[in-house]
Ligand binder design. Structure first.
Ligand SMILES: C[S@@+](CC[C@H](N)C(=O)[O-])C[C@H]1O[C@@H](n2cnc3c(N)ncnc32)[C@H](O)[C@@H]1O
Length: 361
């Protein structure tokens, strides 16, 4: 039987871009710790495959996979306990087509915490949006989606003067809110089709309260200020800054529950658990212990860069070479790092989370 592994570092990758996500993703790992109890209940309750069939774990929004190792290890040990050593496990990592799947597979082969050396456990990847079909109908035994569904399929319109759409109170209707509503329904409809009867889906995402606040809505403010200054100095062009957008939207509890009021979805998919979580800033906690503002600033910027760089810097004008684009990003994130080191107060990010467990009837 396998012991769940909770330690180990991401395998260093060939380029800074490829290892950046896992090296910086401390907040995401903390969110995963919070949703694990729901996942363990899902594993204990979900239908096991018939003799000879495989148990299928689908990881929706995997990034480069390291943060999925702990839930996969739990899946392996539970399937071994409930179904025996002969049941094969398929682990399907899903992300956008331009995700760094090479790093994902290298980590599955080589990372100290990998599940990749478990007997009869097979890794697969599907590079397409989870707002469409990812696996065949009735294929998945269990679905897992951590820190991913608050990314929209696309922003409905540009947002002037900011790097993301800061949502208003829950009572205010917006194009972003409508897009988020449609995306969530689409996500759930596809998962309801893909899960086997008796299958379960566990999701964690950032949640907004009734005032629209998710706890750390200032998280991009300093980066936005640096970008504005580079626009004023001419280092960035107006059309580039207009395209720079991190397409996040934090749904309220009402918005998260709404699709389950549809009799059609409710007939197939039950929202069995909805918990609210508070995700304390793990980097801030380390800073409070050490008092090391430089280390905090480095870790804070590594986290920010890992999730924002692609959205912000892949939209630079085509006449900039990838090297020039990278150099510009390096310079902007370095400026951010210095500012955070000089004034760490205000960079602490404590988020509200929604922790969900759903059952396919
Ligand atoms: C913050 S990362 C979370 C990664 C990992 N699950 C974790 O918890 O650390 C969000 C991931 O979701 C992916 N993602 C966002 N929108 C997606 C979509 N429509 N389809 C598939 N993946 C998506 C992003 O590409 C990114 O890799």
């Amino acid at each position: 039987m396998t012991d769940p592994v909770t330690t180990g570092d991401p395998t260093p990758a060939r380029t800074t871009m490829t290892c950046a996500y896992d090296a910086g993703a401390h907040h995401q790992r903390t969110a995963i710790d919070l949703v694990l109890p729901l996942f363990l209940r899902a594993l204990d309750e979900c239908a096991m495959p018939r003799r000879g069939d495989s148990f299928v774990f689908v990881d929706y929004g995997s990034a480069t996979g390291f943060n999925s190792f702990v839930p996969v290890h739990h899946a392996v040990s539970t399937v071994r306990r409930r179904s025996g050593p002969e049941t094969p496990l398929c682990v399907v990592h899903n992300d956008q087509p331009d995700n760094d799947f090479s790093t994902l597979f290298r980590q599955i082969i080589a990372s100290p915490g990998t599940y990749g050396r478990e007997p009869l456990v097979f890794a697969f990847a599907v590079g397409r949006s989870f707002f469409g079909p990812v696996v065949p109908p009735g294929f998945a035994s269990i679905g897992w989606s951590a820190n991913a569904v608050h990314w929209l399929s696309a922003p409905p319109h540009p947002v002037e003067g900011d790097l993301w759409f800061r949502r208003p109170a829950d009572s205010v209707d917006t194009a972003f809110g409508r897009r988020a509503r449609g995306d969530w329904v689409t996500f759930l409809e596809h998962r309801a089709r893909e899960l086997r009867p008796g299958g379960q889906l566990v999701v964690t995402m950032v949640e907004a309260d009734e005032n629209g606040a998710a706890g750390a809505d200032h998280f991009l403010d300093r980066l936005r200020d640096v970008v504005r200054e580079r626009l004023a100095s001419g280092a960035l062009r107006p059309q580039e800054v207009a395209r720079m957008h991190v397409p996040l939207y934090y749904r309220s509890e009402r918005e998260i529950r709404a699709p389950f009021e549809s009799p059609d979805l409710a007939a197939r998919f039950v929202l069995a658990e909805y918990q609210h979580g508070t995700l304390p800033d793990p980097l801030w906690a380390a800073f409070e212990q050490s008092g090391d503002a430089e280390a905090f600033a480095r870790a804070h910027v590594a986290w920010q860069r890992a999730f924002s760089e692609h959205a912000l810097f892949s939209v630079l004008d085509g006449d900039r070479s990838p090297e020039k684009g990278r150099a510009l990003a390096d310079e902007i994130y370095e400026e951010l790092r210095q500012r955070v080191a000089d004034a760490p107060e205000g960079a602490c990010c404590t988020w509200r989370l929604a922790l969900l467990r759903m059952i396919r009837k």
